[in-house]
Design a protein around this ligand. Structure first.
Ligand code: SER
Length: 322
């Protein structure tokens, strides 16, 4: 990886992956590409930034050629709840964008990182200890794009030799950039409400266990997978990875250890609850551990503490943390 393009750079993952890649490879070697959102100041000021619509293959190709890109972290996509609201647009962006990236990569010899998700699984999937290789059958448009994306990436690897690699991310928790309309967003929103209001109204019901991960682990996973020895990879797209699994009430209890007067109630959103109920509770990530040494660093307790400290500093609230 010498010259890297990151699509979806202004999103939840991109806004943290770009600085990590710039630290590692040099700011002139990482081109951050966003589309609709106004880019965060640091993305523009601390390195190269371009506006890019991933549904426009010609535009991707010209960025790749101009900057002599050899690796693309293709993050641009609509999340699960937004995709259910506009499935046609989700197909266009999520599948069309990936297809364009793969075609440009085939022609320009780029490696590709593609983030799949717990959303690539569906109601037929074993929900506990979800195997690496198992029945998927997602019933959301987001999940259909993810499972198709995994297959398409594998196809481009076996048919054309494009070095495609990916992970199935769980819900991602971070304090820098909010996720844009996913089912696991409650696990981010809860921290903002805990710090600012000491209360939160959760849209998933008690007992809804889902895999989760703190963003520093997610960023490190992407980089480590792309740097790993190809000879050790028996899988490519996409590796189960997880760091923790909890239900909303357990996350609330973890926050209450630091903010004792925090309280949570529930108003269930049936659309997002149905999506969550079709996803794994806890994936088995043994293949990732074995094939490229995946190892999470943050558990629920460590993530909660770090989130509260950093968000309190960011939002300028008096901490209330005990
Ligand atoms: N966090 C994503 C979502 O909820 C799943 O990958 O849409």
């Amino acid at each position: 990886m010498k010259r890297i393009l990151v699509t979806g750079a202004t999103g939840q993952i991109g806004s943290e992956l770009v600085p990590a890649l710039r630290d590692r490879y040099g700011s002139n070697h990482v081109i951050a590409a966003g589309h609709k959102k106004t880019p965060q100041q640091n993305l523009v000021e601390e390195g190269l930034y371009t506006s890019l619509d991933v549904t426009d293959a010609t535009a991707i190709e010209s960025v790749v050629r101009e900057y002599r890109i050899d690796t693309i972290f293709h993050l641009a996509a609509l999340l699960s709840a937004v995709s259910e609201k506009n499935p046609q647009l989700a197909w266009k962006v999520n599948m069309g964008g990936l297809f364009n990236v793969l075609e440009v990569s085939r022609e320009n010899n780029c490696a590709v990182f593609f983030p799949s998700s717990i959303g690539a699984f569906g109601p037929d999937t074993p929900r506990d200890d979800t195997p690496q290789d198992t029945v998927q059958h997602p019933n959301t448009l987001y999940g259909i794009c993810k499972v198709s994306g995994e297959l398409l990436c594998n196809y481009y690897f076996s048919r054309f030799g494009v070095d495609t690699r990916g992970v199935r991310y769980p819900g991602l928790i971070s304090y820098k950039t909010l996720p844009g309309g996913g089912t696991t967003d409650y696990a981010v929103e809860i921290f903002y409400h805990a710090v600012q209001e000491r209360k939160y109204n959760c849209f998933l019901k008690q007992g809804t266990y889902l895999d989760m991960m703190y963003m520093p682990d997610a960023v490190r996973a992407a980089i480590e997978l792309m740097e790993s020895d190809a000879n050790r990879l028996k899988h490519r797209n996409a590796f189960n990875i997880t760091a923790m699994s909890f239900a909303p009430e357990e996350l609330a209890a973890s926050i209450q250890r630091y903010i004792p007067n925090f309280s949570m109630d529930y108003t269930v959103d049936p659309v997002r609850q149905a999506i969550a109920d079709s996803w794994p509770r806890h994936m088995n990530d043994h293949a990732a551990r074995e094939q490229w040494g995946w190892q999470p660093q943050y558990d629920l307790e460590q993530m909660t503490r770090d989130m509260l400290e950093r968000l309190t500093a960011k939002l300028g609230q008096s901490s209330g943390i005990v």
